[in-house]
Design a protein around this ligand. Structure first.
Ligand code: DX5
Ligand code: ZN
Length: 216
């Protein structure tokens, strides 16, 4: 099983964005996680296309874009154009899940679907074969720096079982409240990608924080 860390740009210093992304570019993290919020699907607004450009320029790492926006179908093409390698939308944000997945693939990116803490993993059973990744939220989407919700662990285990039963290789990613204190638990449950914002950018040595999670 893979072990990938995806530092979340939401916790970076936006006054020195290029510096922070270049710092991640030199680290053991293979992905960069980009949180897009519209103030409707979640009670917060982050950033959009113009901010993705300098990020794409500053790193060759995989760009993992997490859309916390309502009706993501309206913007899929533009996010792929802006450099998303993986584009993840929320199960709860659209009436057209199949259309979203198709558009992401058609635009040339890998497709992910995410569930909020109150959504059961079971809703993803039939969607699992269609996507490249599932993202389990371990906090309410909207803000960095929240506490990890342990209920995510059981969801990861169920999804891991579903994918094994179906012989799939769908990546399981988890996002929210992650640090070296719970990384091992999450990798063991079946997660392959851990998103970490405040525990990376808030650490005295972000490279060391990333390595500690990888070796947890
Ligand atoms: C929350 C975002 C997360 C956030 C994680 O809605 O999806 O990616 O940046 O931040 P931490 O790791 O601080 O919980
Ligand atoms: Zn996120």
């Amino acid at each position: 099983m893979k072990r990938i860390i995806a530092p979340s740009v939401l916790s970076a210093d936006f006054g020195h964005l290029e510096r922070d992304i270049e710092m991640i570019d030199r680290s053991a993290a293979e992905w960069v996680h980009i949180d897009v919020m519209d103030g409707v699907f979640v009670p917060n607004i982050s950033f959009g296309f113009p901010v993705m450009k300098p990020i794409r320029k500053a790193t060759r790492k995989t760009l993992d874009v997490h859309l916390m926006i309502t009706e993501p179908e309206r913007y899929i093409e533009r996010f792929v154009e802006a450099g998303a390698d993986y584009l993840t939308f929320h199960y709860e944000a659209t009436m057209d899940i199949h259309g979203c997945i198709e558009s992401i693939h058609h635009a040339g990116a890998r497709a992910g679907i995410s569930i909020k803490p109150a959504t059961s993993a079971e809703v993803l059973r039939d969607i699992l074969p269609l996507v490249d990744m599932v993202l389990v939220m371990s906090v309410e989407p909207g803000f960095g720096g929240q506490s990890f919700m342990p209920s995510a662990v059981e969801k990861i285990r169920s999804l891991d079982e579903m994918k094994r039963e179906a012989g799939l290789e769908t990546i399981i990613e988890v996002d929210g409240g992650i640090s070296s204190a719970n990384a091992r638990l999450l990798f063991d449950a079946g997660a392959e990608v851990l998103v970490a914002g405040s525990s990376v950018f808030g650490a005295p040595d972000p490279h060391e924080a990333i390595e500690r999670m990888l070796k947890a």
